[in-house]
Every structure is written in structure tokens, then in C-alpha cells.
Design a protein around this ligand. Structure first.
Ligand SMILES: Cc1cc2nc3c(=O)[nH]c(=O)nc-3n(C[C@H](O)[C@H](O)[C@H](O)COP(=O)(O)O)c2cc1C
Length: 189
């Protein structure tokens, strides 16, 4: 099972990118999580699309198309999703063959604050409705007080959070299998 992980932070010491690295380490057997680069995408401009998608956008769209599922790891900026992640979503959301269509997904996020990106995650869920992405509902992974949960090297050291991420990824694996079986005409159970 191939998962594409997208971190909404471009910062070198990002807690969210560190959480994505932790997810790569904690993925269940049979799941691999590749990281999608979004820092080199131009700002969305429909004129750029007229001559074909810019190469970094093509790369992201192909990675999404090839993925069985998507893992969003979002910071919270001003109670919402950071512009860089929204920009990537906007580029990938256009025709033809909108690559998010029908994909299973999981969401998590880290913030030094007490709500752990809850508000941003709910904005992201709203966007996923239009993209026809199917995010799992539970567990919700809100990594609060992130400044206390990673070490100097950016390793997630908080055992409870590691366990939560394990459960999120297992749930994503189960959900992805269920949707794929259902799409293939098998039982959805
Ligand atoms: C423009 C901006 C807006 C922010 N707004 C919020 C916010 O609404 N809620 C919150 O919990 N943290 C907010 N923060 C703090 C971020 O959670 C913090 O910078 C976090 O470390 C960003 O994620 P990263 O470590 O993955 O880069 C904001 C930070 C920036 C730069």
C-alpha cells in the first residue's frame, strides 16, 4: 500500500515534517509512506495551466495518482491550513483526471498550542469534500504542545503520540483496503 505524505510546512525544523517522518517509521507492515515535495510549486495561476502544468505540479499530480492513499500533516496558520498546503491542493484539484478523486486519506497535525491544529484540520476536511477525498474520521491526531514532544534531532519522543499515529495509520490501511475492495466490486465490509 503506497501512501503519499504531504507536510504543510517548509520549515527546516518543522514539527509537522518531523511528525511525517515519525509516521514513515510507524507505518504498519505493507504500508510505505513517500513524501510529496510542495515547496517548489509556483503560486497557483490559471494562466500557467494553459500551456500544460509546470513540471513540479506534474510531479505532484503523478505522485498523487499513483498513491493508494494520502496522509496530510498540516500545521495551523491563523486557524486554518497554511497557504503552501492550500496552494498544493489547488494545483492538484484541477482537471483532467483530478488525482485526489476517490482517494482515502488520513489527517494529523502538530502545533505548540493547546489545540494541536484541530481548527486547521476541520478546514482541511471541508476542502476534502469538494475533492471527493474520503478521510478517516478516527482517531483524530492533534499533536498539542509539539515543542515538548520532539527531541533536538526532530524525533517524536512522546510514546502516547507515537501510539496514536500507529493507530491512525492502521485505520488508514483498513479503510483503504475496504474502499479498494468495494471499488473492485467485492464486499465493503
Ligand atoms: C503565520 C502563522 C500563523 C500561525 N497561526 C497559528 C494558529 O492559528 N494556531 C496555532 O496553533 N499555531 C499557529 N501558529 C504557530 C504554529 O503552530 C507554529 O509555528 C508551528 O511550529 C508551525 O508548524 P511547523 O513546526 O510544522 O512549521 C502560526 C504560525 C505562523 C507562522
Amino acid at each position: 500500500m503506497k501512501v503519499l505524505g504531504l507536510s504543510g510546512s517548509l520549515r527546516r525544523g518543522s514539527f509537522n515534517t518531523a511528525a511525517l517522518r515519525a509516521a514513515q517509521e510507524l507505518a504498519p507492515a505493507g504500508m510505505t509512506i513517500e513524501t510529496g515535495e510542495i515547496g517548489d510549486l509556483p503560486l497557483y495561476n490559471d494562466d500557467l495551466r494553459a500551456g500544460g502544468y509546470p513540471p513540479p505540479v506534474e510531479r505532484l499530480r503523478s505522485q498523487l495518482a499513483a498513491a493508494d492513499a494520502v496522509l496530510f500533516v498540516t500545521p495551523e496558520y491563523n486557524y486554518s491550513v497554511p497557504g503552501v498546503l492550500k496552494n498544493a491542493i489547488d494545483w492538484a484539484s484541477r482537471p483532467p483526471n483530478q488525482p485526489f478523486d476517490g482517494k482515502p486519506a488520513a489527517i494529523m497535525g502538530a502545533s505548540p498550542g493547546l489545540l494541536g491544529t484541530a481548527r486547521a484540520q476541520y478546514h482541511l476536511r471541508q476542502m476534502l469534500v469538494f475533492l471527493n477525498v474520503f478521510p478517516i474520521n478516527k482517531p483524530e491526531v492533534f499533536i498539542t504542545q509539539a515543542n515538548t514532544k520532539f527531541d533536538e534531532a526532530g524525533r517524536l519522543t512522546d510514546e502516547a503520540t507515537r501510539d496514536h499515529i500507529r493507530k491512525l495509520l492502521q485505520s488508514l490501511a483498513d479503510w483503504t483496503t475496504r474502499l479498494q475492495r468495494s471499488a473492485a466490486g467485492g464486499s465493503a465490509a
